[in-house]
Design a protein around this ligand. Sequence first.
Ligand SMILES: Cc1ncc(COP(=O)(O)O)c(C=O)c1O
Length: 371
Amino acid sequence: MIVISTETASSRSSARSQYMEFAKLRSAARYNLATSGIESFPIRELPVRHEELEITGPSFYGYQPLQQRLAEHCNVAENCVAPAIGTSLANHLALAATTDPGDEILIEDPTYELITSTARFLGLAVRTFARRFEDGYRIDPDEVRRRLTPRTRLVVFCNLHNPSGVMEGEAAISAVGEICRQAGVRMMVDEVYLDAAFEQKPRSAFHIAPDVAIVTSSLTKAYGLSGLRCGWVVGLPEVIERVWRINDLFGAVPPHTAELLSVVAFDHLDRPRERARNILMRNRPALEGFLRSRDDLEVVAAPHGTTAFPRLTRGSGDELFSILQRDYEASIVPGRFFGDPRHFRIGIGGDPQMTAEGLRRLGLALDQLRK
Ligand SMILES: Cc1ncc(COP(=O)(O)O)c(C=O)c1O
């Protein structure tokens, strides 16, 4: 679905995110298939020494030990990365550092609603390019080219894609990078799910098109470390310089205790990574088997992700959600939050036993929806 409207937010003070309100207030369930990341990694599994923690520390334009870990993790120079409070603030900063009110961004559809809401909050006009179910949610670079206008400043997409979990390959990213280069615009890529594609080891868009790419990510989704809020923006030094300055207007400095814990997490990242791999190695085949067994669902396979976005042959994602909540103590995300009510998003980053039982209950709810 292409949204032609290029509206900007009419009122900044009334800004809100329907999706975030749903995620925070309505999605919790005993059998929770609504979350998109790996379930929380417990602090007791990291070698954290209480005496090494502190409340306040030398954090000005970065806390040097964390800055070094971020640069190493992203394989970039230290002046090409700035920390942020999660990918959430990273996205906000990246948008703010590369646009001015009235500019237009060209963003994939469907996408993660918060990016669009944030763009509107920043006074940007939002135009979309389609990622179609029929095309396996792959990016069509020609479509991106056709949808650019003289006002476009930024092309935006997520890799892996949320909601479908599809991984976009280097060829398409490089082609979009070239289109951006020719048009004199930048390309912002939210890579918060990319590290969940363990076996593939996909390269970051920054390494594919460093002159035009701005990349955002965090330790949230692929490692189950959401509470650290350890996010970052990667880009050319002049973009990162802007990010530091704009960040002064937000939190100014991050919570230092979280910075110290983030350093410990980076130094032992193999632990949450292995745990995530074990969870997904069990849940991915379980989901695949489940989807194969249903003739009332159509789906684009996403073997590397933590989510899938099936289409119902009858009924809506909202109806399915109501049945799951009412009768099965389970939840998914209705597709309405991604602009397509016939779909629902399912997440497989949770405990394998819980996920297996959640899938069984989802099957029962789907049977009920069919009646
Ligand atoms: C595409 C995308 N970007 C960013 C976020 C937020 O990430 P973080 O927890 O790092 O702020 C989410 C959360 O669902 C997401 O799906």
